[in-house]
Design a protein. Structure first.
Length: 361
């Protein structure tokens, strides 16, 4: 496993609102050219919006071995911060989409149906070099208070009559019930217009979606003490009732989900209560999960996965107690994807665990 530190919390960033920023919430995509893009929030500390947060990113054109300098995707404005990015790359073009949230003072938990978090979509037509931004808060249903795109990455459907449709999972809060739901937005015109599907839950927080070879869409949502999953047979419009997966231990932390050489693989924290011990699990042809493959034995947080253009697996995650962001390249043979025993040597990591999430005051 090759490992690169992308960002170290406390290291200054030019024009940040914070002298010693905390770098959190990785998003990742592999573009049509094979470029890897990883983005993250520039925060005051580990806490969520509101705040004068920026969104920044780095790129790699050699499958994650070396990286560009830090670029700004969206800079905070007076009284408005941005965070929680999620990428979608459109195959066959240089187009890259990035959903993200904005706040002018309210959090996911204090937002109501009239004011709160804004929904934004950035679009790049040049492989992530430059970006145009537009607000799409009108996607939010009237009954929803807080809503944001689940950070990490979305999906482009590849199979059957829905091939080319874009999917992006969201988190929605019903303030009258104090309940959280997942829902998937879809676009059939390359991201120009979007329609939100039916809510999945309650009890579903940030989620990822992946398309199976039969055209069905599987959704994984963070939950404690086990990850929840649901399935859609109509392209992500509706899903089955979410159920707990007994193999996928989860303290309630956003993790990764992707197809790697046609095998379903997820990244998550293998602890029922604390944010520590980042692992991979790989599903076999019958859908049963492998034993946990340790990646980082110490404190860790959010993670995101993507298959790289050269066949390796890309993993970006929060290491330590939000000490920064790390990218790992993992070869198929290291985790036994070719049928051989796993040889991956986990990082020792930092002792303890990452602090639980709260919104900034």
């Amino acid at each position: 496993m090759e490992s690169v530190r992308l960002a170290r919390s406390g290291a200054p960033l030019i024009d940040s609102a914070f002298a010693e920023p905390c770098y959190r919430i990785p998003a990742m995509t592999v573009t049509a050219s094979g470029r890897v893009i990883v983005a993250w929030d520039v925060r005051a500390d580990w806490r969520d919006l509101p705040g004068d947060f920026d969104l920044v990113y780095r790129t790699s054109d050699d499958h994650g071995r070396s990286w560009s300098a830090v670029h700004v995707l969206r800079r905070h404005g007076e009284g408005r911060g941005f965070g929680d990015a999620s990428f979608i790359s459109v195959p066959g073009t240089g187009q890259v989409l990035c959903w993200y949230a904005a706040s002018t003072g309210k959090s996911y938990f204090t937002a109501d149906s009239h004011s709160g978090l804004e929904l934004w979509l950035a679009t790049s037509a040049d492989d992530g070099t430059t970006w145009e931004h537009r607000e799409l808060t009108g996607l939010k249903p009237d009954w929803v208070g807080g809503m944001f795109a689940a950070s990490g990455n979305g999906l482009v459907l590849q199979h059957g009559p829905r091939a080319g449709v874009l999917l992006q999972p969201f988190v929605l809060r019903d303030p009258t019930r104090g309940a959280d739901y997942a829902a998937v937005a879809k676009s059939g015109d390359g991201g120009l217009t979007w329609r939100l599907g039916a809510p999945v839950g309650p009890g579903c927080d940030e989620s990822k979606v992946v398309e199976q070879v039969d055209g069905s869409v599987v959704l994984h949502a963070r939950a404690t003490p086990r990850r929840l999953w649901a399935r859609s047979v109509d392209g992500g419009v509706t899903f089955t009732a979410p159920v707990s997966d007994p193999a996928l231990v989860d303290p309630g932390c956003n993790g990764g989900l992707t197809l790697w050489q046609d095998r379903l693989v997820c990244s998550l924290l293998n602890d029922e209560t604390s944010r520590r011990r980042l692992v991979l699990r790989i599903a076999d042809s019958s859908g049963d999960w492998s034993e946990a493959v340790d990646v980082d034995a110490g404190a860790a947080g959010y993670s995101v996965l993507a298959e790289l253009a050269d066949g390796a697996l890309g993993l970006a995650y929060e290491f330590g107690d939000y000490a920064g962001l790390r990218f790992c390249r993992i070869e198929p043979g290291e985790v036994g994807l070719d049928g051989s025993p796993s040889t991956l040597v986990a990082l020792d990591g930092a002792p303890g665990f990452a602090r639980p999430p709260v919104a900034a005051a």
